[in-house]
Design a protein around this ligand. Sequence first.
Ligand code: SF4
Length: 908
Amino acid sequence: MLPASQPLSDLTALVPAPPGAAACNGAGHCRRLSLKEAREIFQSGRALVAHAAFVAGRMKTGATRPLHDVLELFAFIRPGRPLIPSALGLARALGLELPQTPEASSRALFEVSLRLLDEAHDLPAEAKARLAPLAGTLSRAGWRWGPLLERALGEVRQGSPIAGLEAWRGLPHWEDEALAGTPGSLPVTTSEARARLNALVDRPRPEQEAYSDAATYAFGPREESGAPKIALVEAGTGTGKTLGYLAPASVWAEKNGPGLWISTYTRNLQRQIVQEIAHLYPDPDERAEKAVVRKGRENYLCLLNFEEAAKRTALAPGQRSVALGLIARWISSNTDGDISGAGFPAFLAASLPLSEITDRRGECIYAACPHYRICFIERAIRRARHAPIVIANHALVIAQAAGDWLATDQTSDTPPERRLRYVFDEGHHLFDAADSGFAATLSGREMAELRRWIRGPEARARTRMRGLEERLRDLIADHEEAQHALEDAVQAAGSLAGEGWMARVTGGSPRGPGEIFLAETYNHVRARSDDRDSFYTLEAEPHPLGPDTLRAVAELSRSLKRIAQPLAQLAKLLRQAMDEKSATLEPYTRARLEAAARGLDRRARLVLPAWTEMLDTLEAGEISDDFTDWFEISREDGRNADIGFERHWIDPTVPLAAEILEPAHGALITSATLRDASLEGEDWQSAEVRTGALHLPQPPRRASFGSPFRYERQARIFIVKDVARRDPDGLAGAMRELFLASGGGALGLFTAVKNLRDTEARIAQPLADAGIPLYAQHVDRLDTGALVDLFRAEENACLLGTDALRDGVDVPGRSLRLVVFDKVPWPKPTILHKARRIRFGRSYDDLLTRLRLKQAFGRLVRGPEDRGCFVILEGATPSRLLAAFPEAAPVKRCGLAEAIGDIRDFLA
Ligand code: SF4
């Protein structure tokens, strides 16, 4: 029983429990409420919840009055601490008994809140004095926890309307150091690698030692220019890959200096590698110095954007101010500024678009920024330059190689040197990462972005983005020629699609060449589609073009050239100015000039020429052997999101090999699912085709290691023959019964969002009645990472997601014991896929599908004690696809009833 005098006694704690919610009052009495009753309490503003946006979604209601959200209180009292965003997660973070039912969860919300308020009350006087101004500011902004915290911390007279939000004050400066120099080429022997492995792992198994030996090849000295040492090493789950390659990699880095990049596809693995590196550097300070995580700029908080958002928000108190206040707490928590990291309160994205506080639009002003010397991005870049081991992701590695400095290190006065050794973990994703990284898109969004970069915001000035004119004004004040070039560029950019372009383009009133081209594209795609109002993205081959579209293409091409020319001229003049004044130039002015010139060059020499080339080949009617072109209306949740012209490499491993692998001296490409396994046996060629190794002069060294798991005992595979998949009731009924048979711990994967939603609507309540919580992508207002965290935290929870979700699910143990595919995950027959099937042969479909099944199956058994079942609800699953599964795993084709019985017995 909770004390009646507690400060939250007039609140009702709500935890969604289909069809309504579990509710608990301040005296500790709990009951179930219908959806209507729960919604009324929620809307009254008297609710105590964990994750207001998520609960609003479950209550089927939109924005509401401010609430007591316990996640916010946690973010204020314990900033920067990782948290699973639920009552269970809060209880776990505070070391309380874990609630097992929705009622217990709602009661726990009170207990957690009171503990946190007590914590605030017990803070040392100095900490209270530091926090009180922010509590006061947030109180005035309408934050429900504000008055309670003011009582706990002590009220203060406010001097500034943003008191406490100025979290940038007191952040440490980064220091520049001399460049680390080029890495050496001293070899790593297998005995050195083995010795290291033995130091990292208590008695490594022979497979892990053999894996480490195979990985060592990639750290040998390159013998011929353009012929890196490539090791393709496949190792089944459980081999101990990470430490297996960290052994030779760390020896190499110690001998040769900084220059080793370990790259992953998912954030999960990035985090896992950071944890494993603790074996290598147990001392946290040494670890922080020697192994640095590097992400793209868009992942870091921009302090200048944050400051401007805080100042704007002082004029408009509300939930945005609350979000900024809590982000201010996070900034002061010794963070590295990574908003995609585990300690960032990601639930705040519901109140504040995170794009407002990051540098996504290339508007960084570098040395001219008052926060330059404390900037998180600048700090991360500098740390990475000197760290022996950099942990990055494929997208960043490719963006750097593609010359996309804007997305990477534009700040530097020397471009980042080519890194000489790579480890590509999750190497099976290199093809897809290269596909996006080397593609070009000429769309409404991209044009509007470029126009804003050049001309600044033209409709509403919600951001500090000011356009080239204001950013360069003082730099070219005495340079007439540069001023003319700037005026020409600003004027020419008026031909690009501008703010509000989508409504004009789809409404038939486009303005200027950019929007006219988009309107033609829009009509072209709709004319060639069978279902022009489809829920999903539409696409069409561009050829043949109608006369109006041809005219629009030619006109836009001319317009783009008119923009590129003055931008290039301006970049040239800025560089000239740097040369001429090199003796007298202040370092910060030089850095600004350099950054400005580089930003101009990127647009004038990379982006705009790529667009005009696309348009020119279209106008000429040329069809390239290397690329696939198409027009697209991209849709998100049935609404138009973008319209444009796409160009992708048919084989994106051609630029991958040329830009990344060839210049490197060595690369280990590793994964549990590198090779396809057809009925004819394991296929190394598929691994070489999909990683780019095929395009290199020297063949890769290959090795493979099976999983140590006993699949005959640990796994069962069922192909269910009698489910009426096309009937939403039939599909949902099958999922429900399977999930009940496993007692939860199930992941349902769908190939279409609509089927996922239909199923969720039908099974949420029966599962809840059986005490099984259900979470669903595209339904719950949570990001994928939070969904997976919730799923992982609750042993009997179930999760529905699209096929792509499988990459982000790493859930060892009983929390994941059943994976169900609604059908065979064949690739979508897109224009791009069609072109690739012609290039790689008819078996390409099978290859992709087998790899997807192999990856999904790999989620199921992560440890020697795990047991799991894998189900495909499609009787027509061809036998040739079954080679995707380990040979030892028994496969059964049967009816649903039999599968349910077997699963129940197997997982009992
Ligand atoms: S240097 Fe650039 S990214 Fe860093 S805080 Fe300033 S404007 Fe933002």
